[in-house]
Design a binder for this molecule. Structure first.
Ligand SMILES: [Zn+2]
Length: 130
């Protein structure tokens, strides 16, 4: 199951950040799961819930953003936002769209109880589905 391995990647990132920053529990974890990532958010949540016990995510509130992806249309040459990889170009209805990125799940923010500061906001991909 795809979402299970992504959840494992997220846990790895959290574990690395925990080791590097010296925290043991996460208060809030915010993930970005772009609309074009091909990730079932409900399944991802389920997988994270299943894997979290005994990890730094055990008591964390997990927030998942779903920004639209970006693509360039080969017909009208516009750069457009896409909610679904199979959608036609919203500007001209063309179907020849090339995804420009924004299709990888990543950890956006990680808050820990001690300081409530974001400690892992850097752009780290947890998985890519091209
Ligand atoms: Zn177009």
């Amino acid at each position: 199951m795809h979402e299970l391995s992504l959840a494992g990647n997220v846990l790895d990132i959290v574990a690395q950040a925990a080791a590097a920053q010296g925290f043991t529990q996460v208060r809030v974890l915010r993930l970005s799961v772009p609309a074009l990532a091909g990730v079932e958010v409900a399944a991802l949540r389920f997988a994270l819930d299943a894997l979290a016990p005994g990890t730094a995510l055990e008591a964390a509130r997990i927030e998942i953003d779903q920004p639209p992806g970006r693509a360039r249309c080969a017909d009208c040459l516009r750069e457009v936002e896409l909610r679904d990889r199979l959608d036609p170009c919203p500007a001209c209805g063309g179907l020849r769209l090339r995804v420009l990125g924004g299709s990888a799940l990543r950890v956006v923010e990680l808050l820990v109880p001690e300081t409530a500061d974001a400690v892992a906001g850097e752009d780290r991909g947890a998985g890519r589905c091209a």
